[in-house]
Design a protein around this ligand. Structure first.
Ligand code: PAF
Length: 277
């Protein structure tokens, strides 16, 4: 496994690669969710490239950039075991030198949900993903359904900018009890870890209500809100039932809908989602 720390070297190495390249961009502190993307990239391509870069431009002021968990040694051991060919780990200065002045921004869909709560977040994501795709030039790039809005924003960017990459979606990987895997789960203490299950539980309740014939989004949201509020460590940031493609809020669920939410468990902000219909 080759570990590359500079943009220049990554571009040189890329020029010599032959066959299909599958790429998994990550911010490190890898878990089974990432490794599922990595395995898919490895199985479906001749060369598997993984990036590890905690992208400062997608964190807002007061967010967890400084505390964001990092364990490069462990990450590299895991990737080596998966048979990854190249790990690209650029420095912040190489990606964003002092003279840096170009941003990629997708409008519309980024103004809702996470974008509304975290202004500037998606501008950081689309900019870094664009840069990484330009450097690695993969045939396919792999993203998890857990970050449902991020996935849609990236798909929109790739379509709008006619980019030469296929975005591949992989379903959310969960702990045995249903909690969606996330690098941020490490912030939870034992009590919070138990409380965090409320996200999965309310998504299941919402789906069940829908399956039993409830198509009124407001009524489903009321039920979800009530259940989350019963959990004393949980505080709702938002709950959304939206058109699965456009992410516009629905009043009546008559097409595939994305039920998504952000909930704070103690000080840790968690997101999860489910597609219904
Ligand atoms: O999903 C993530 O981990 C990040 O947003 C990504 C896509 C690696 C960009 O920094």
């Amino acid at each position: 496994m080759q570990v590359i720390n500079s943009v220049k070297e990554m571009k040189q190495v890329r020029q010599k690669l032959t066959g299909t390249v599958g790429f998994v961009p990550t911010m490190g502190f890898l878990h089974e969710g990432h490794l599922t993307l990595v395995r898919r990239a490895k199985r479906k391509n001749d060369v598997a490239v993984v990036s590890i870069f905690v992208n400062p431009t997608q964190f807002g002021p007061g967010e967890d950039l400084q505390q964001y968990p990092r364990d490069t040694e462990r990450d590299l051991a895991l990737l080596e075991k998966e048979g990854v060919d190249i790990v690209f780990m650029p420095t912040p200065n190489d990606m964003y030198p002092d003279s840096y002045n170009t941003w990629v921004e997708t409008s519309g869909i980024t103004k809702r949900l996470e974008g509304k709560k975290r202004p500037g977040h998606f501008r950081g994501v689309t900019t870094i993903v664009n840069k990484l795709l330009n450097i690695v030039l993969p045939h396919k790039a792999y993203f998890g359904q857990k970050d449902a809005q991020q996935l849609r924003v990236i798909q929109k960017m790739v379509a709008d900018l006619n980019m030469h990459v296929r975005i591949v979606t992989v379903t959310t990987v969960r702990e045995k009890d249903g909690l969606a895997m996330s690098s941020r789960n490490i912030y939870l203490n034992d009590e919070e870890r138990k409380a965090a299950l409320v996200l999965y539980k309310v998504l299941s309740v919402a789906e069940e209500l829908y399956m039993r014939g409830e198509h009124d989004a407001a009524r489903i949201k009321v039920k979800m809100t009530g259940l989350i509020n019963k959990e004393s460590l949980a505080k709702i940031d938002y709950i959304s039932i939206a058109n699965s493609d456009t992410l516009e809020e629905l009043t009546y669920i008559d097409h595939p809908a994305l039920i998504s939410m952000a909930v704070k468990i103690g000080t840790t902000r968690l997101i999860d989602n489910r597609t219904i219909g």
